[in-house]
Design a protein around this ligand. Structure first.
Ligand code: FCB
Length: 408
């Protein structure tokens, strides 16, 4: 018979859930919404015989209006923190013209979170941008770091008092890869030089925002989130694979962070992927013993390795995203518990992990994959927007409340 173990987390460990503005708010106009409606995109979906409506973000979860419903869910979950994003396009719909109403509305959301004793983790940029800026070349334009700095300055001035943790930029590497290398995502380019330029512009943007936030709030906690893959050689003793794994780790996980020159107070890690590398194309051969609805391998032990990797930066670490698409909610409870067990293990080894944020609070718009992947602790009815707790929400609520997880 297997024995139940209780893993107690450190006092003040943050328990949260994550979302992003575009994926839940609804009613946004930005570079993504434009792309979704473009001819190129609809032709592509038609060819794949997909129902176009499922790939238009539209009203999303209607969270811009229903944010109090989301806060109710967070309370039910006993979450002590919430990671949410701002929509730059709402705040600055035209160049240099800031929208008071939008700023005040975000102020109201953040204030309500604080009144509910929920710490605010605020993302400034989670992949979508104002249309005017995308017409100027988006992050590929050298000036965009300055535009971002101006937008950040306004947010700091108007909303800064409510923020506990700042995430400047979400997963810069994925934006560079999908926006400028594979061309899958807006701005749909495939150009190495542009990718390289964009990469450095994102670094500058982060550094500028870091300084701006610290100027007004010297003790602010400012970081970013990195999409962190665990790369390992398929065969422990294969030199080619070992080198490949080290190279991939350097390029994908570490290099961007190193280039920030210590301008970060914490690192937010988003963990979804394990890559078991082989030295011949396509260079990846996962065993996929367990997979999510999206076909992503479930590999909790990789999270401990990722945490070990980032220990070298000597800054507090947060798991800012971790979750799976699981419409039936069959795998989610075990998924959460197992990942937490590996975080616990990392903490025992002395790694400074300060919090865990499940992705996602709600079923939402999963970018180019549309609405079918169900990541939420809460299901959302796409017509009525009613939120319904999945069984795993109750399990997560207990974990958050007791600051502990029970595992076999
Ligand atoms: C992450 C994104 C997030 C969500 C999850 C599933 O890479 O940051 O918005 O799409 O993947």
């Amino acid at each position: 018979m297997s024995e139940q173990k209780i893993l107690k987390f450190p006092k003040n460990f943050l328990w949260g859930a994550s979302t992003s503005a575009y994926q839940i708010e609804g009613g946004n106009t930005n570079d993504w919404s434009e792309w979704e409606k473009s001819e190129v995109r609809s032709k592509q979906l038609e060819k794949e015989e997909k129902n176009l409506d499922d790939y238009i973000c539209g009203q999303a979860c209607n969270s811009y209006k229903l944010f109090t419903e989301d806060i109710k869910c967070l309370k039910e979950l006993n979450c002590s923190a919430y990671r949410l994003g701002l929509e730059w396009a709402r705040i600055e719909p035209a160049e240099g013209k800031f929208n008071r109403q939008a700023i005040e509305h975000y102020g109201l959301i953040l204030k309500t979170l604080k009144e509910n004793k929920i710490k605010v983790v605020l993302t400034l940029w989670h992949w979508t941008m104002p249309v005017w800026l995308s017409h100027l070349g988006g992050w590929n334009n050298k000036k965009t770091a300055a535009y971002f700095a101006r937008y950040s300055e306004l947010v700091v001035k108007e909303l800064g008092d409510y923020v506990d943790y700042w995430v400047t930029i979400n997963e810069p590497m994925l934006h560079v890869a999908n926006g400028y290398l594979t061309g899958k995502w807006p701005p749909n380019r495939r150009n190495l030089a542009a990718a390289w330029q964009t990469y450095y512009n994102l670094i500058k943007a982060h550094q500028a925002a870091y300084d701006i936030i610290h100027k007004k709030f010297p003790r602010a906690e400012v970081g970013l989130t990195m999409l962190t893959n665990f790369f390992e050689p398929a065969h422990k003793w294969n030199l080619g694979e070992i080198i490949l794994a080290k190279l991939a780790n350097h390029c994908w996980n570490d290099r961007f962070v190193k280039k920030l020159k210590n301008k970060f107070d914490f690192l937010g890690l988003d963990y979804y992927f394990h890559d078991r590398l082989v030295w011949y194309p396509p260079f990846k051969k996962n065993l996929n013993k367990k997979i999510s609805d999206l076909g992503w391998e479930i590999y909790p032990q990789g999270l401990e390795q990722v945490l070990k990797n980032y220990q070298k930066f000597k800054k507090p670490l947060f798991i800012m995203e971790n979750g799976l698409a699981d419409a039936d909610d069959k795998l989610r409870p075990d998924f959460i518990k197992k990942h937490l067990a590996y975080i616990y293990q990392a903490i025992r080894e002395g790694i400074d992990v300060r919090g865990y944020f499940y992705w996602s609070l709600l079923d939402n718009f999963e970018w180019d994959k549309g609405y079918w992947p169900k990541f939420g602790l809460y299901a959302v009815n796409r017509k009525t927007f009613k939120r319904t707790a999945r069984p795993s929400a109750k399990i997560y609520a207990e974990i958050c409340q007791n600051n502990q997880v029970e595992v076999d």
